[in-house]
Design a protein around this ligand. Structure first.
Ligand code: 2IT
Length: 448
């Protein structure tokens, strides 16, 4: 690693030794952009320090009462990572595993994810250690209102624009936006994205994350002289990202053969596609039990593998769509042994540092990271902001065409950088370098 980068990393490690996800994500990025670091301006302007730490971060308490009247206190965070190319932009995650380290890694990655969409959005993330599992609708509403009572003063259409992530979907965004509007007394539509269609949301936003990842894959295969048609894809998770990937892959003639939960994975040789199976995923998610086993009881073409991960299946494409660090060295070894040709990250930082290295450095598999393939959701969020700012609403077809174009553009920028630096099929590094250059130029242009 470049000496300056090494120094920045060791400083960061000293300050945040208790934040492993954050350090893991920054270290991987510094390794990735290493070939592009020989510009003396970076050290002179201390650019890397300013890129690896958030510009601002707030934490707050979120007190709320359950249906029985008992009081609970959760923690909330918003990390405003970078405003280099636009207002802070990124999701909110409600999950018991959320902490300062997780929101910082998410905010850091969001900055680079957003950079290549071609739309003017900075990077942010946030969330709470609240566990939505088993909560009633009214409890969710009260929690969201309390969360917004603390958050509203830090966000706004030109300041910071939150959206959903794990545990935060259209329902939660509705409650959050309603409370924001009540407090501020104005319908500031683009203060949040992922809104419902009846009050300023964008068409396609719900499926955008998964559809974007599949459009990225489609472009990647096309550019290799290959095609997405007939490809067998292993997916992990069964949330919004996994659902969207299943839906779009089916539409484009590919077949998703696995989905997974904390209880194990489903193998469905006929493909997780068609309205009934897609609705089943939504029902399993809405049920709140965080289990996928029931899918196999409903569809005879499916088998359930308790306690196992989908990466043991020999497929053409592996697409992690669940959460951070779900894929370890054993899984990476299996993926390579099974001759999987493409590894495309849809979820944020799905592989451990060691697993990622194995996959990236193998010449047998083409790899793309979530800062590229995972950008579909936020890209349509930025389109939602554009529509809100001109009080307009594009058709499905218009949004879909724009999304497909944006994902192709991200692939092309990543592939061009990979080619320039002789990185072969490592599009993860290609993407990080292209995004790094864009953000660093924007920061340099705007002075210290
Ligand atoms: O990871 C992501 O890109 C998101 N959670 C969506 C962010 C957004 O602002 O739409």
């Amino acid at each position: 690693m470049n000496l300056y980068a090494e120094r920045v990393m060791s400083q960061l490690t000293e300050l945040y030794f208790h934040e492993p996800e954050y350090l893991q994500s920054v270290r991987a990025w510094l390794e990735m952009i290493d070939p592009a670091l020989d510009d003396p301006r970076y050290e002179k302007l201390d650019l890397l320090t300013r890129m690896v730490e958030p510009e601002r971060m707030v934490s707050f308490l979120v007190p709320w009462t359950d249906d029985a009247g008992a009081a609970h206190t959760n923690h909330g965070w918003r990390v405003q990572f970078s405003s280099a190319i636009g207002p802070y932009k990124g999701g909110l995650r409600f999950h018991p595993g959320v902490n300062a380290s997780v929101v910082k890694f998410l905010g850091f990655e969001q900055t680079y994810k957003n950079a290549l969409t071609g739309l003017p959005i900075g990077g942010a993330s946030g969330g709470s250690d609240f566990d939505p599992r088993g909560k009633s609708d009214r409890e969710i509403m009260r929690f969201c209102q309390s969360f917004m009572n603390a958050l509203y003063r830090y966000i706004g259409a030109d300041t910071d624009v939150p959206a959903g992530d794990i545990g935060v979907g259209a329902r939660e965004i509705g409650y959050l936006y309603g409370q924001y509007k009540r407090i501020c007394g104005r319908a500031e539509s683009s203060a949040l994205t992922g809104k419902g269609l009846t009050y300023g949301g964008s068409r396609i936003r719900q499926e955008a994350a998964g559809a974007g990842a599949v459009y990225f894959l489609e472009r990647m295969l096309e550019q290799q002289g290959d095609s997405i048609r007939g490809k067998r894809i292993a997916v992990s998770g069964f949330g919004n990202m996994a659902w969207g990937v299943c839906k779009k892959a089916g539409e484009l003639g590919a077949k998703v053969v696995t989905v997974s939960g904390p209880d194990g994975y489903i193998y469905d040789e006929d493909g997780v596609s068609g309205a009934e199976k897609l609705d089943c995923l939504l029902e399993l998610r809405a049920g709140g039990a965080d289990r996928v086993a029931a899918y196999a009881e409903r569809f005879p073409s499916a088998q359930f593998f308790a306690g196992k991960k989908p990466w043991e299946q020999a497929v053409d494409v592996a697409m992690p769509c669940a959460t951070q660090n779900e894929l370890g060295v054993d899984d990476a070894v299996r993926i390579l042994a099974n001759d999987v040709k493409y590894y495309v990250e849809a979820a944020n930082m799905p592989a451990t540092a060691e697993a990622l290295k194995l996959l990236r450095l193998s010449p047998k598999i083409m790899t793309a990271g979530s800062k590229a393939a995972g950008s579909g959701g936020v890209a349509v969020s930025a389109l939602e902001m554009a529509q809100n700012s001109v009080r307009y609403s594009w058709s499905r077809q218009e949004v879909d065409e724009k999304l497909r174009g944006i994902m192709s553009g991200i692939y092309d920028a990543s592939a061009a950088a990979a080619e320039e630096f002789g990185l072969g099929c490592d599009l993860i590094a290609g993407n990080d370098i292209a995004a790094f250059r864009k953000i660093s130029e924007a920061m340099i242009a705007q002075g210290l």
